[in-house]
Design a protein around this ligand. Structure first.
Ligand SMILES: C[S@@+](CC[C@H](N)C(=O)[O-])C[C@H]1O[C@@H](n2cnc3c(N)ncnc32)[C@H](O)[C@@H]1O
Length: 260
């Protein structure tokens, strides 16, 4: 996974997190992500997400796009710190991811804080009663505008909308990334229906299928994805109910605080 930061700076951020918090389960999850080119947020962003949730004493976190539980690991730590009743609602269309998340998060002693909805992320959010402290968005990028529209209504005043990949390897500012990670991520999670195939993203080499990056319409899909991310971030920035900023760590994390 590429970061927009120079590799040395990125490594420095990761080492600082490791110095505070070591867990072999996290190492194993990162190894799985590397081996399968599965896009997890990584340590520096994981810690940042946990920090955001802790800072508002979050007890009800809903993740849109949980994969095999890496980002949920961090949110589960935050809700545990916030009190006895907190929970993280995970969502993902892929049941194989739910099974893996259970394995890892049980080992880490965090599964009792997690409820995993297998299916569409917005349906999972709709099934949660009442106001929510944090909505974290990491689904297919073309779904970002709809995710924001749904989340904005559900967050309490003082709650946070957090969203990953909002800089999209610089494409949101017209850059063309030199590596192919962006294309792989598109192939992995953003092709229509890609996330519906059991284990589709978690199969070794799935993203490296011949033609995965350059098939017909790949450029149009990339442009549509970038447009969706930009449209969503502009809507957030202009919403008078929210104060927002983007942390450019790794691929950019949007933080929007509900103020009214
Ligand atoms: C980038 S990965 C999530 C990684 C995870 N947040 C982490 O850092 O550990 C995106 C995940 O979202 C799932 N996904 C994509 N679109 C979705 C949707 N509309 N509803 C539910 N899950 C979705 C994919 O199956 C994939 O596992």
């Amino acid at each position: 996974m590429q970061s927009l930061l120079p590799p040395q700076v990125d490594a420095h951020l990761v080492e600082l997190v490791k110095a505070q918090h070591l867990d072999p389960v996290l190492d194993d999850m990162e190894r799985r992500a590397d081996a399968n080119r599965f896009p997890i947020v990584g340590r520096a962003v994981g810690r940042f997400l946990e920090l955001q949730a802790r800072m508002i004493g979050a007890q009800r976190v809903v993740e849109l796009g949980s994969g095999f539980g890496y980002s949920a690991y961090w949110f589960a730590g935050a809700v545990e710190a916030g009190g006895p009743g907190g929970e993280v609602v995970c969502t993902d269309t892929d049941p194989a991811n739910a099974a893996l998340a259970e394995q890892y998060l049980r080992r880490a002693g965090r599964w009792d804080r997690v409820r995993y909805h297998i299916g569409d992320a917005l349906e999972g959010l709709a099934a949660v009663d009442g106001e929510v402290d944090v909505v974290y968005c990491d689904i297919d990028k073309q779904g970002y505008p709809a995710a924001w529209a749904a989340a904005a209504e559900r967050l309490r005043v003082g709650g946070l909308f957090l969203c990953d990949n909002v800089l999209w390897d610089g494409r949101v500012a017209g850059l063309t990334p030199s590596g192919h990670d962006d294309d792989r991520r598109l192939a992995a999670t953003d092709r229509p229906g890609a996330q519906d195939r059991p284990g589709a993203q978690d199969r070794p080499g799935a993203q490296d299928r011949p033609g995965a990056q350059d098939g017909p319409g790949a450029q149009d899909r990339r442009a549509a994805v970038t447009d969706a991310i930009v449209a969503m971030t502009r809507e957030v920035a202009q919403d008078p109910r929210y104060v927002s900023a983007i942390n450019p760590v790794r691929d950019g994390v949007l933080v929007a605080l509900r103020v009214t």
